[in-house]
Design a protein around this ligand. Structure first.
Ligand code: TMP
Length: 209
């Protein structure tokens, strides 16, 4: 669809997104790929303001539909201002989360209908979908231990264990339904082993250009 490749990184809470993202960046730099990294919700000044609203623990009254629509409002801005222009210019875009997080959190976690999300996805994105999605996966209990050990939590991290179990299930469902673009990385082993798994995936993506 565009000359640049669109790669999204997804993960259950505490799956090690920051560490692995740094590894992915180093790998692409070494291969001489022209890329940008960004994140959702956020990625542009306006979308980052929406992110603040979404993650603020004080917003306990935020209803599920408003949460869903704000995710897509931020995404529309992000796509228009940053992602699509970069892909059009031939740059790769590496996004720390994208629409699969909406299926997982608002669909799986909050229980909003998959169909509603699919309608918004089509409206906001047209036919644009990630070329590849790397899912960093860890069992819920282990991931939450890592989150707690970090200290400060956001509005989502305040949720119950069952919420995160539904999110993990939804991600695994997305991976089963989209095997052509999904790569699951098990982040339980020692970091060197996780990097080896990532190496295999990244080599494949770089060689496929
Ligand atoms: P982060 O902690 O990975 O930066 O993501 C922020 C939070 O936003 C995380 O708890 C997942 C959540 N989220 C959604 O609920 N729906 C979405 O569509 C996205 C992109 C993130």
């Amino acid at each position: 669809m565009y000359p640049g490749k669109f790669i999204t990184i997804e993960g259950t809470e505490g799956a090690g997104k920051s560490t692995n993202l740094n590894y992915i960046k180093d790998f692409l730099q070494q291969k001489g790929i022209d890329f940008i990294t960004t994140r959702e919700p956020g990625g542009t000044p306006i979308a980052e303001k929406i992110r603040e609203l979404l993650l603020d623990k004080a917003n306990t009254a935020l209803c599920d539909d408003a949460e869903l629509l704000l995710m897509f409002a931020a995404r529309a801005q992000h796509l228009n201002e940053l992602i699509i222009p970069a892909l059009q210019s031939g740059q790769w875009v590496i996004s720390d989360r994208f629409t699969d997080a909406t299926y997982a959190y608002q669909g799986g976690g909050r229980g909003l209908p998959w169909e509603k999300i699919a309608q918004l996805e089509q409206w906001v994105q047209g036919d644009l979908r990630p070329d590849a999605t790397i899912l960093l996966d860890i069992p819920v209990e282990q991931g939450m231990e890592r989150v707690r050990s970090r200290g400060e939590t956001d509005r989502f991290e305040e949720e119950q264990m069952s919420f995160f179990s539904r999110i993990r299930e939804a991600y695994l469902r997305l991976a089963r339904e989209n095997p052509q673009r999904y790569y699951i990385i098990d982040t339980r082993p020692a970091i060197e082993e996780v990097y080896q798994q990532l190496d295999r995936v990244l080599k494949k993506l770089v060689d496929n250009v």
